[in-house]
Design a protein around this ligand. Structure first.
Ligand code: NAP
Length: 496
């Protein structure tokens, strides 16, 4: 891992064999390593701060966790998996899948576990990185595969520390705490909270859900694959490919392409389906109205659940809509003065979505700090490149398509795009490549304009919005994203 064992930039470019530093061994870091190997670019290191790969799926182990993208779509295109147990398989299976794919592709043995990159600096045409343990490495390209929803957002609730029971964030589940027969409070009504509530309600003595904002819930079915179906997938992988194509097309046409046009009639269809789900599923009119959002479906990230409304109507479940005043030793006190006594408090309160690869310090050309460039909030050209940071690329970086569809698909497209940029260096056309300032500014202005007409900008609060209330996600169709990713507009890149 010392720089001395690696070629200098001049040597590397003379041999056209760049060295890559991949940061993070989650879904997109594993993908990067596999694709680099496939391209014959074997000079790379993967740094992972944890002692296990898997990213999101390593960190989120709460009861009921699954991915609401169908499993045959939420898989790498090159690694179909006949063994998925359900249409939406549980998180532990997804984690096992990534571990298996990484092992089978010889990636696991190349991961440097327990190595947190704390600084990346572009010096003399190379990226020098520093790790928390004081060690260093250098390479020609950095691939930041550091995830999106990574740093838990803890609510600023007065008195949280005084709670006598166990309190933990949904992404830091404390498996030492049994919920059986306990009074359990859950704060939040996002995708995590909804899955937790549905999974634990029958185990706990009492479940209290603290809702600040109600959510629209799209009903889904989650059938198990039978042994016969799995045998069919094993024998005929093309059957899995067919499911993947079908689901992908349905997601793109019926969802991803639609969200970016707030006027789309299909959004009304989704809204009506959610409204019918609420009206038909929740019997008590008072509870039903408490659960009814006052904004349009899909403005916030849509919740997909087959059992949340059943769960919240269980006799031992209680929905609290009164705002939280503070946390006390024995529970949560709401503004109406009522104390909700609890043994366990789960904070399903989301993530700090403006972090991306930070707190890692990134210093680009001429000492420019990413923290300064991003002081108003993170942004990136095509979600992969930032001006002033050549040969530094992100997977699932800011302004990319996030939503209820496969981030694996997104990362695969992005990595193929990045490889085309790398090719410019390999071919000798340049030694450094990164988006030009003019192209980045043009892109960002267009993105901001387009963001205003998306469903996310129709009057709700969500993690899709930046500090100024503007949606940050890719504001155009998924088809446009695919098209942009198919071939970089090299004129937008500065090559030196
Ligand atoms: P989230 O969607 O950001 O939801 C956080 C929840 O906590 C919201 O209901 C929020 O209320 C509430 N909250 C935050 N601070 C609070 C406070 N101080 N007091 C009261 N309530 C507070 O987070 P998440 O559920 O972890 O989900 C994040 C994202 O992860 C999802 O949108 C999705 O992209 C992904 N995810 C996907 C799945 C899946 O595939 N099934 C599962 C889990 C997560 P407000 O709405 O009022 O802000």
């Amino acid at each position: 891992m010392t720089t001395a064992t690696h070629p200098t930039l001049a040597e590397a470019s003379a041999r056209r064999e760049p060295r890559f530093l991949i940061i993070g061994a989650g879904m997109s870091g594993i993908l990067s390593a596999i694709k680099l190997q496939e391209a014959g670019l074997d000079d790379f290191a993967i740094y992972e701060k944890a002692d296990r790969l898997g990213g999101t799926w390593r960190e989120n182990t709460y009861p009921g966790i699954s991915c609401d993208v169908p499993s045959h779509l939420y898989s790498y295109s090159f690694a179909p998996h006949p063994e998925w147990s359900r249409r939406f398989s549980p998180g532990s299976e997804i984690q096992a899948y990534f571990e298996d794919v990484a092992r089978r592709h010889g990636v696991t043995e190349r991961i440097e576990f327990g190595k947190e990159v704390v600084r990346c600096a572009f010096e003399d045409g190379r990226w020098e990185i520093e790790l928390a343990d004081g060690s260093r490495d250098a390479g020609d390209f950095v691939i930041a595969a550091t995830g999106v929803l990574h740093h838990p957002a803890l609510p600023a609730l007065e008195g949280l520390d005084s709670f006598a029971g166990a309190a933990f964030h949904s992404a830091r589940w404390n498996h030492d705490v049994s919920l059986a027969g306990k009074r359990v409070g859950v704060v939040g009504t996002g995708s995590s909270a909804i899955q937790i509530v549905s999974a634990v309600v029958d185990e706990v003595a009492e479940l209290v859900l603290f809702q600040r904002t109600p959510q629209w819930v799209l009903p889904i079915e989650n059938p198990a694959y039978s042994e016969e179906e799995r045998a069919e997938f094993r024998e005929h992988p093309e059957a899995m490919a067919a499911i993947r194509d079908e689901v992908s097309r349905a997601f793109v046409d019926g969802f991803a392409n639609v969200l970016v046009d707030a006027k789309s009639p299909l959004l009304q269809v989704i809204h009506d389906t959610c409204e019918a789900n609420l009206d038909n599923s929740v019997k008590d009119p008072e509870l039903r109205e408490k659960l009814r959002p006052d904004y349009r479906a899909t403005c916030k990230r849509l919740i997909m659940s087959e059992d949340f409304y059943d769960a919240i109507q269980r006799p031992n479940a209680r929905l609290v809509t009164e705002a939280i005043e503070r946390v006390e030793e024995s529970g949560v006190r709401t503004r109406d003065g009522r104390l909700h006594e609890l043994d366990v408090l789960v904070l399903a309160t989301g993530f700090r979505v403006d972090r991306f690869m930070r707190p890692m310090e990134v210093v680009g050309r001429d000492g420019v700090r990413l923290d300064d460039v991003w002081k108003e909030g993170p942004f990136a050209y095509m979600a992969v490149s930032v001006a002033g940071f050549p040969n530094f690329f992100m997977l699932n970086g800011p302004n990319g398509p996030v939503g209820n569809f496969s981030l694996i698909d997104v990362a695969e497209m992005q990595f193929a795009y990045i490889l085309k940029l790398v090719e410019q260096v390999r071919s000798g056309a340049c030694g450094e490549i990164g988006v030009s300032r003019a192209a980045m500014e043009r892109f960002d202005a267009e993105r901001r304009e387009a963001a205003k007409t998306t469903i996310w900008a129709t009057g709700c609060k969500s993690w899709y919005l930046d500090a100024g209330g503007l949606p940050t996600a890719w504001p155009w169709t998924f088809d446009r994203f695919r098209e942009e990713m198919s071939q970089p507009r090299l004129a937008d890149y500065e090559m030196r």
